[in-house]
Design a protein around this ligand. Structure first.
Ligand code: ZN
Length: 215
């Protein structure tokens, strides 16, 4: 009898995959369907069952097998072929379903005790809660806006549209990713308390797509 797997155990929570390229390709590709539908279907000879799988996927990976590509002080010992092979372990369709891609620079040792003037977790929490309230008042959190409500909730001005058309033309953005970028732009606008999505919000959302800024 099928039993709930990791994606169902993470239902309404976070599924964190550390060292993502180390997972079996088949396991990673199996994430695609639940990431779209928020349920997972398991078919066996005896039975076909659906389990809930509404989770937030967070995944980490190194820039290359040795981990030092782009490091300011330490040399990378990988060949370009090794780097390409390592990155190719995560398929384009799976990358497409991840909304926010972030390149994290190594911590500068001299800055460990000098934390600067960043916002406190308390301030960020208040901002996130306010943004979620705005979204719930519209009926959906942004990640779950149904297609038929996109135009009403995520209206785009001419400049924003032009920016997205350009990104699609340059093949930096797939059609699937397009909808996700618009929702991220909606979220950035909500975090600012801006009722409309402006081109600055779209520009920021595009920065979170793979291949837009890193390397
Ligand atoms: Zn390396």
């Amino acid at each position: 009898m099928p039993t709930p797997g990791e994606v169902s155990l993470a239902h309404r929570g976070v599924l964190f995959l550390d060292e993502m390229p180390e997972f079996r390709r088949s396991a990673l590709e199996a994430l695609r369907q639940p990431l779209e539908d928020c349920t997972v279907r398991i078919s066996r000879a005896a039975a076909s069952l659906s389990f809930p799988a509404d989770f937030q996927l967070i995944a980490a990976m190194n820039p290359c097998p040795c981990g030092f590509l782009g490091h300011p002080d330490r040399p990378c010992s990988c060949t370009p072929v090794q780097v390409a092979r390592y990155r190719a372990r995560i398929s384009g369709p799976l990358l497409d379903r991840i909304d926010l891609h972030l390149w994290i620079d190594p911590v500068d040792a001299s800055g460990i005790f000098n934390r600067g003037q960043g916002a406190s977790s308390h301030e960020v929490r208040a901002r996130v809660e306010a943004a979620r309230e705005i979204q719930l008042a519209r009926g959906f959190i942004n990640a779950r806006i149904p297609q038929e409500s996109m135009e009403r909730i995520c209206r785009l001005d001419t400049a924003s549209r032009g920016m997205l058309v350009n990104a699609v033309k340059r093949a930096a953005l797939s059609m699937r990713a397009l909808g996700r970028v618009i929702k991220v732009a909606r979220t950035i606008a909500d975090l600012e308390g801006s009722p409309s999505i402006r081109d600055v919000h779209v520009a920021e959302a595009l920065q979170f797509r793979p291949g837009m800024v890193e390397d």
